[in-house]
Design a binder for this molecule. Structure first.
Ligand code: BES
Ligand code: ZN
Length: 847
């Protein structure tokens, strides 16, 4: 396809680039950038191709001699200097360009946010700053001089000199252009420090806009905990004497790992008890960890090309997940991660956007920062660890850092360190990276003469462009329980490599109850027919906390699927919840079991069972089950609600967070009995955002939040991050029939600043999270959503394209809905001058 990039076309860059000196003279609509690069040809006769977009070329010279138009070719996408104009050996190319950061609404390259200059260069944003080989395998040392009349001027690495209106920075570590960063503005620092394991002193700063300084303490602590954890868990030490982290209000993504100068969406930095929820605190710590961990897995060892993205992202997500598991409650974190994986990645893999963790072609790389690259990429790392064991994993990682430090690598390099350090053949395992689709694992069992046999078959449905699905290498962790709940076979990892395979367990006194895929040892769909009583038994007795929760989840899902088709709720499930309410074990864990599967998960399960999900019936079923549970267990829930109140002042720690989660889960069920009285009282009494927003959400879901929504808006209208919650909460939980109308009204609110990505995501994400509202039978949800994607696309194609994934499930639903969704996607696809980003997404969504 035209404009498509293929993995198989990879060629090394024909020049080496040792050093680059950049000089920025900042001005909102006329910033001048000069770049001086020292280059050496590696192949005789090669043209010098530099990427560049939306740049005004002012001048170009080689070794001090100006180039004439005959020496180069200038196009929309770059500058090519003819071989004849290039000297032999080492030479210096100097260019000057002009750019307009204040007019940069795409928020990629150098742009402005509320008077502050900042950059976002991954994946291909550096080419909007200057002419350069903008590819991750070209690594150079950067020297940066910034001139501008702003008090704080930052770039990567170490400060070398500064004066009024200027500053110079040197980064000693060679890096690809996507890790370049510049920030300039009126900023305030929260300073801190860290002493590394070898005793080196590191200065830390959290930079924010004036007025936000009182919400930075948690971020600083999270950074210090991250630095310590990477030393303890991976033996990795920080490698500069300064680490700067900046919060910016207009940002397309969550955060970015630029060397020594991480840039964050302010929602992932700023936190106080009054403005941030427990979930926000947990997320902030995880993302600060994630970007910090990239210093080794991303910056010191980077990707050869963007097809290898999961080399750094999958591994770094795996690392941040382990970090959070260590900081908080491991099993609870694992369950949360699996909920996210199924909600985002399994959903992606089951639709038109399915692709392998390492894709082999793309039109726009920004469209491949996906749940598959990230979350499935992390699962694949987790499976490697399961296969070689914790010590084998540490040996492999030590070898990875030793062998590849300073390099731009591939997935093959990564797999090779596991092969070399463990002696295992991982060629079949490699399919997890190259193949798309979620394997389905069917299990049957039998028992005779003391021998218990598990028989597995694996099957993966065809995905776009990949019809044949050879068997994968799947680690299946299994344990066996005796009927009284004792563990008769402890967790054992079975390795499945064939399409069909049996495993025998000998010497058992009676037929055991199997606990399969413990800790979710592989990202597969487990198909295991079992009576509801057996699942209730596992929910009560499994020694693997993940599978305890999973048993409850399957029961809840099956109950809801049945109810959506007119059946009565499953009694074994209702009883099991009653038993759980009487328990005293970990509150966060119980909260997870009390939280019912969402409507999208139920629709996904119905579709996988070859049924056509009806969004309205699913919504009614879920509300209906909440009512049944609440009616049946009202007294126990009420007791639990009182007992789970957290004493003392707010802290975001795992313990009190878990209690609040449990209490809010009880509140949500009880609201179907008390007309929202408890929620209204909690809203009034709450001194923290977790409880205010939790109570507000319960009231919204009951259609009874009018007064509280008005009060919330009046109180928080000047706090953008809190107002994002106001938009998202009322829309995502509104009664579905009202959602499209509400979305229209909210879009007219003067506070709907649609050019701000967080605000845009709050509204559109709120609507698409309202499953039955978005999939309304008359198509009003689809139409509203498509209108806004088309409106945003010319300004910010990256965010418009990312948000278009709301449509990835359109083929699940009935013919009428499919027709309406398809019409909107075709309308998008046929829009003239559509961006490459949204154009690619619309085409794939329709494929
Ligand atoms: N490298 C990415 C940021 C990025 C993503 C830049 C896409 C350009 C395009 C960063 O490390 C990252 O992965 N951020 C995530 C959060 C993380 C915790 C998964 C994000 O921004 O959502
Ligand atoms: Zn990342």
């Amino acid at each position: 396809m035209d404009g498509t990039t293929y993995l198989s076309d990879y060629r090394p860059y024909p020049f080496t680039l040792d050093e680059v000196a950049l000089r920025f003279r900042l001005a909102p609509t006329a910033t001048r950038v000069t770049a001086r690069m020292t280059l050496t040809a590696r192949e005789a006769g090669a043209a010098l191709q530099l990427d560049g977009e939306e740049l005004d070329l002012i001048s170009a010279s080689i070794d001090g001699v100006a180039l004439t138009p005959a020496d180069y070719l200038l196009t929309e996408t770059g500058l090519t200097i003819h071989p004849a104009a290039l000297p032999e050996g080492r030479f210096t190319l100097e260019t000057e360009v002009q750019i307009a950061p204040a007019e940069n609404t795409a928020l990629e390259g150098l742009y402005m946010s509320k008077g502050m200059y900042c950059t976002q260069c991954e994946a291909e944003g550096f080419r909007k700053i200057t002419f350069y080989p903008d590819r991750p395998d070209v690594m150079a040392r950067f020297h940066v001089r910034i001139e501008g009349d702003l008090p704080v001027l930052l770039s990567n690495g170490n400060p070398v000199a500064q004066g009024p209106g200027w500053a110079e920075w040197d980064d000693p570590w060679p890096k690809p252009a996507y890790l370049f960063a510049l920030v300039a503005g009126d900023l305030r620092a929260t300073p801190g420090h860290f002493t590394t394991m070898s005793g080196k002193h590191v200065d830390l700063n959290i930079w924010v806009r004036p007025g936000d300084e009182d919400r930075t303490d948690f971020a600083l602590g999270a950074l210090q905990r991250s630095m310590k954890w990477d030393e303890d868990a991976y033996g990795r030490e920080y490698d500069l004497s300064l680490f700067n982290l900046v919060a910016v209000d207009d940002f397309n993504m969550g955060a970015m790992e630029n060397k020594g100068l991480n840039i964050f969406n302010s929602k992932l930095v700023l936190a106080s008890p009054e403005t941030a929820t427990d979930a926000d605190y947990e997320r902030i710590e995880a993302v600060i960890g994630h970007e910090y961990f990239h210093n080794w897995t991303g910056d010191r060892i980077t990707c050869r090309d963007w097809f290898q993205l999961c080399l750094k992202e999958g591994l770094t997500v795996f690392r941040d997940q382990s970090f959070t598991a260590d900081m908080r409650l491991g099993p609870v974190k694992r369950i949360e991660d699996v909920i996210t994986l199924r909600g985002r990645q399994f959903r992606e893999d089951a639709g038109p956007l399915s692709h392998p963790p390492r894709p082999d072609h793309y039109r726009e790389i920004n469209n491949f920062y996906t749940a598959t690259v990230y979350e499935k990429g992390a699962e694949v790392v987790g499976m490697l660890r399961t296969l070689v064991g914790p010590e084998g994993y540490r040996r492999a990682l030590d070898l990875y850092f030793e062998r590849h430090d300073g390099q731009a690598c591939t997935i093959e390099d990564w797999i090779k360190v596991f092969e070399d350090s463990s002696g295992r053949d991982l060629s079949q395992f490699m399919r997890w990276y190259t193949d798309a689709g979620t394997p389905h694992l069917k299990v049957t069992d039998s028992f005779s003469d003391g021998v218990y046999t598990l028989e597995f078959t694996q099957h993966t449905n065809p995905t776009p462009g990949q019809m044949e699905k050879p068997a994968r290498h799947i680690p299946v962790a299994v344990g066996l329980l005796s009927p009284n709940g004792d563990e008769v076979v402890p967790t054992t990892v079975l390795e499945m490599t064939e399409p069909r395979q049996s495993f025998r367990f000998e010497g058992l006194a009676s037929r055991p109850v199997p606990s399969i895929l413990r800790n979710f040892s592989a990202p597969v769909v487990l198909e295991h027919e079992a009576p509801a009583e057996e699942r209730a038994f596992l929910l009560a007795h499994d020694t693997d906390p993940f599978n305890r929760w999973e048993a409850g989840r399957v029961l809840a899902r099956q109950t809801l699927m049945g109810m959506a088709e007119g059946e009565e709720p499953e009694p074994a499930y209702l009883d099991a919840i009653g038993a759980l309410l009487g328990e005293t074990n970990d509150p966060a864990f119980r909260a997870l079991i009390l939280r019912l599967p969402g409507e999208d998960e139920i629709a996904q399960a119905l579709f996988a069972a070859k049924k056509t999900p009806d969004p309205d019936a699913i919504h009614r079923a879920r509300r209906g089950l909440m009512e049944v549970l609440a009616k049946r267990h009202e007294a126990a829930l009420a007791r639990l609600y009182e007992a789970a109140a957290v004493p003392g002042p707010y802290t975001p720690d795992a313990g009190p967070s878990g209690l609040r989660a449990l209490r809010l889960a009880a509140l949500s069920l009880l609201s179907t009995r008390d007309g929202g009285a408890r929620a209204r009282a909690l809203y009034k009494a709450a001194d923290n955002m977790t409880e205010s927003l939790g109570a507000l959400a319960v009231l919204v879901a009951n259609g009874a939040a009018e007064a509280e929504l008005a009060a919330f808006r009046a109180r928080w209208q000047d706090n953008a991050l809190v107002m994002d919650k106001w938009f998202a909460t009322q829309l995502s939980l509104a009664p579905p029939a009202a959602a499209a109308g509400l979305a229209t009204r909210l879009a007219e609110d003067p506070l709907f600043d649609w050019k701000n990505p967080n605000r845009f995501r709050a509204l559109m994400g709120g609507l698409s999270a309202n499953h039955a509202g978005f999939h309304r039978a008359d198509g009003a949800g689809y139409r509203f959503y498509a209108d806004w994607l088309l409106r945003l696309d010319p300004l910010n194609p990256q965010t418009a394209a990312r948000m278009s994934t709301a449509f990835e499930t359109w083929r699940r639903y009935d013919k009428a809905r499919q027709g309406l969704a398809r019409a909107e996607l075709e309308r998008i696809a046929q829009t003239p001058a559509l961006s490459r980003d949204l154009g690619e997404m619309a085409a794939r969504l329709l494929s």
